[in-house]
Write a protein that binds this ligand. Structure first.
Ligand code: NDP
Ligand code: HSE
Length: 425
């Protein structure tokens, strides 16, 4: 088996390093000596985290996907334009493809999986979700007896690293993001991490594998972490919660819901205690109940672990000519975001005058919303106060209507903050 690799950056370099250091163990498991023979990079002179000894380097990635001697292509360049073209050519040339590229699979996965099936090749993407955690294999193999009811996870390492450092060490957002970039965690465009796009790509893939629905990235409702303030962190802590950036997918009454947003999670829950670059995914199956998967969500060798696991599957599987990776994904109805029921946290900055809380409460009552907890903090000499409110389970449309009405109240000083609360029960 000759293997060509597209990209020798964080993940590509990690793959070469792990294959080198674990050669004997991989040989024991597969009976095969796995060696990268060719690699495509942009800059020949750039220093690398891995040795390139014995690897034929090229600056033209098409040389690899068109090379008849190469059987398996690892796409570790990223992006959805050149990467898509390269994957298509590789598949049409009869090569198996392994990728860590969640954007590519979330957006073009339906057609690429069909192309792979039509060309009798494998297209595998374990590393595309939650870095080193073998979550797709867990869903496809270990949990295959279950109907999956819910998948909820911290699935972006950069975002969790930023939130953890801000919360635990009071570090500045931009400063932590810079460190995440230096550590190789962040996407080429880090707004993908910060604004939840990367997590939405991953949730799209998780939902497809969990529920068997088509990859539908445009059905994910997505909100990032850039609007979370110190006040929210403090209120959350005092109310007994952690704020995490969660991807949640559920199948309820035959309809799929997919959402990525900051979420208050009770501190007693395991997911609330997942910090730094670590990811964790909670999966509820109708037979097994809740199960939790935890591990590094980004980084060179952790991600390489998942890429190489796919490589080993392809090598073993090619021999048996099995059909690993051919998913029969079906169109399924999606739940309207307005109809989703959730508990909510609202934070208002209001003039602390008599009757304000009574007015707010009346608006809640008019919109069928009952309140679970209220906390108030006076913040300045003008008698302005932050008021944090936790609701009971309500419809998203009701909370949005109520918040819009409260926003118009003369006492309200700034835009009302609304954050989902999940008990994960
Ligand atoms: P990097 O930017 O570190 O690496 C990209 C590599 O692709 C570089 O070696 C670069 O070459 C090469 N490359 C880019 N464009 C071209 C081109 N036109 N021709 C040839 N080579 C090219 O990215 P990552 O390794 O971080 O990410 C790769 C993929 O893995 C992405 O899809 C990402 O989303 C995904 N991923 C990343 C994780 C991580 O922790 N970083 C974790 C999970 C998935 P050169 O080095 O010369 O610039
Ligand atoms: N940028 C991604 C993250 C890489 O931080 O989670 C892993 O997919």
């Amino acid at each position: 088996m000759n293997i060509g690799i597209l990209g020798l950056g964080t993940v590509g370099g990690g793959v070469v390093n792990v294959l080198t250091k674990n050669q004997a163990e991989i040989m024991r498991r597969t009976g095969a000596q796995i060696q990268i023979t060719h690699a495509a990079i942009r800059d020949i002179k750039q220093s690398r985290i891995c040795s390139t000894d014995g690897i034929q380097l090229t600056q033209d990635p098409f040389e690899i996907v068109n090379n008849d001697s190469i059987d398996i292509v690892l796409e570790l360049i990223g992006g959805t334009t050149l990467a898509k073209e390269l994957v298509e050519v590789a598949i049409k040339n009869g090569k198996h493809v392994i990728t860590a590229n969640k954007a590519l699979i979330a957006i073009h996965g339906n057609e690429l999986l069909t192309l792979a099936k039509d060309n009798n090749t494998h297209l595998l993407f374990e590393a595309s979700v939650a870095g080193g955690i073998p979550i797709l294999k867990s869903l496809e193999q270990g949990l295959s007896a279950n109907q999956i009811e819910m998948v909820a996870g911290i699935i972006n390492g950069t975002g969790n690293f930023i939130l953890s450092e801000m919360c635990d060490k009071s570090r500045d957002f931009d400063n932590v993001l810079k460190e995440a970039q230096e550590l190789g965690y962040a996407e080429a465009d880090p707004t993908f991490d910060v604004e939840g796009i990367d997590a939405a790509h991953k949730l799209t893939i998780l939902s497809a594998i969990a529920f068997g629905c088509e990859l539908q990235f445009d059905k994910v409702s997505t909100e990032g972490i850039s609007e979370i303030s110190d006040e929210d962190m403090i209120f959350a802590t005092e109310l007994g919660y952690s704020i995490k950036h969660l991807g949640i997918a559920k199948k309820l009454d035959g309809k799929i819901q997919m959402r990525v947003h900051p979420t208050l999670i009770p501190k007693t829950k395991l997911l609330a205690n997942v910090n730094g670059v670590m990811n964790a995914v909670l999966v509820k199956g109708n037979a097994v109940g809740p199960t939790l998967y935890y591990g590094a969500g980004a980084g060179d060798e952790a991600t390489a672990s998942a890429v190489i696991a796919d490589l080993i599957d392809v090598i073993k599987n090619t021999v048996s000519n099995d059909t690993l990776g051919w998913h029969s994904l079906k169109a399924m109805p999606y739940q309207n975001q307005d109809d989703i029921e959730s508990i909510f946290y609202l934070r208002l900055l209001a003039a602390d005058k008599p009757g304000v809380l009574a007015d707010i409460t009346a608006i809640f009552v008019n919109n069928n919303i009952s309140v679970e907890a209220v906390m108030q903090k006076q913040i300045d000499e003008q008698d302005n106060a932050h008021i944090a409110i936790i609701t009971n389970q309500v419809k998203t449309s009701d909370i949005n209507t109520a918040a819009a009405e409260i926003q118009k109240h003369s006492s309200i000083q700034e835009k009302i903050k609304i954050i989902h609360v999940e008990t994960l029960d």
